[in-house]
Ligand binder design. Structure first.
Ligand code: B12
Length: 229
């Protein structure tokens, strides 16, 4: 089968919610040289986009969407561990990640987590439906430099604002950086709530977290210099 056919097969298995055959198709694609990221982005996620459209058009209902999500997860179980670990040695930083309070959509968050882990970051995963305090605990108790928040739903955008407000109130904004993502979010919304950045997909998440950590390291060093003087 050609690369295009293998990717099309993954896409189709997600649309059909075929939990039984998705893992074997993922293995077949990887064995044929399709990269893990291509499997995710050009196969599985495309299938999920179609599922979203079918749901909006009332052709699919929640049970079908759930089956598709399970098929996607079954394939991701094979694909995610194959994402290459870049670098190695000392961890480049600590990130606390979660889906904000009120939202349970966690497929995208888990892909972001896998890529960050693959890039060597120490990732503290708070799961889904995460209250603001839990994100803050990641900073206060576990030393995270970056908070990464995900949401796919419009009503739960407010939970992101709550995290930002709490960070400001507790004087933690200077010590940490935040990044948001997920279909309901945007660069504009990030600016509106005072988040430091927005990422469109998991690869952007890795690049932008790297920049945020460099930024915070420079800011901490500048404060240190001022104190010494
Ligand atoms: C699968 C799915 C479900 C599954 C979720 C399974 C799971 N474990 O996640 C189930 C069936 C459980 C579900 C339930 C519901 N769903 Co639903 N669901 C979807 C669907 C079809 C696909 C989402 C998905 O997984 N996409 C694939 C992943 C890979 O994409 P992604 O999450 O966007 O992630 C990528 C990027 O966004 C980015 N990213 C993600 N997070 C982050 C974080 C950071 C920091 C960064 C930088 C980047 C980043 O990187 C990822 C990978 O590259 C969407 C439709 C759609 N078009 O999105 C609806 C959708 C999100 N659901 C919706 C709704 C309304 C619901 C329900 C409320 C329905 C109901 N009446 O009960 C419930 C949710 C209950 C709750 N409280 O959360 C609506 C939300 C509408 C809105 N704007 O508010 C959508 C948009 C469907 C629609 N058009 O109406 N759903």
């Amino acid at each position: 089968m050609s690369k295009e056919e293998l990717l099309k097969k993954l896409e189709q298995l997600v649309i059909e919610g075929d939990v039984d055959n998705a893992p074997a198709a993922a293995e077949e694609a990887l064995d044929s040289g399709v990269t893990p990221w291509e499997c995710i982005q050009d196969g599985l996620s495309k299938g999920m986009e179609t599922v979203g459209r079918l749901y909006e058009e009332h052709e699919y209902f929640l049970p079908e969407v759930l089956l598709s999500a399970n098929a996607m997860y079954a394939a991701l179980d094979i694909v995610l561990p194959q994402l290459k670990v870049r670098g190695g040695g000392e961890s480049p930083g600590t990130v606390v990640i979660g889906v904000v309070e009120g939202d349970i959509h966690d497929i995208g968050k888990n892909i972001v987590k896998a890529l960050l882990t693959g890039a060597g970051y120490n990732v503290i995963d708070k799961g889904r439906n995460v209250p603001a305090e839990e994100f803050l605990k990641g900073v206060k108790e576990e030393g995270a430099q970056v908070i990464a928040m995900s949401t796919l739903m419009t009503p739960t955008l407010e939970s992101m604002r709550e995290v930002e407000d709490k960070l400001k109130k507790e004087g933690l904004k200077g010590k940490t950086r935040t990044i948001i993502g997920g279909a309901a979010t945007s660069q504009t919304f990030a600016g509106e709530i005072g988040s430091d950045d927005y990422g469109e997909d998991a690869q952007q998440a890795v690049d932008k977290v790297k920049a945020l950590i460099a930024d915070i390291t420079a800011a901490v060093a500048a404060v240190g210099e001022r104190v010494e003087k």
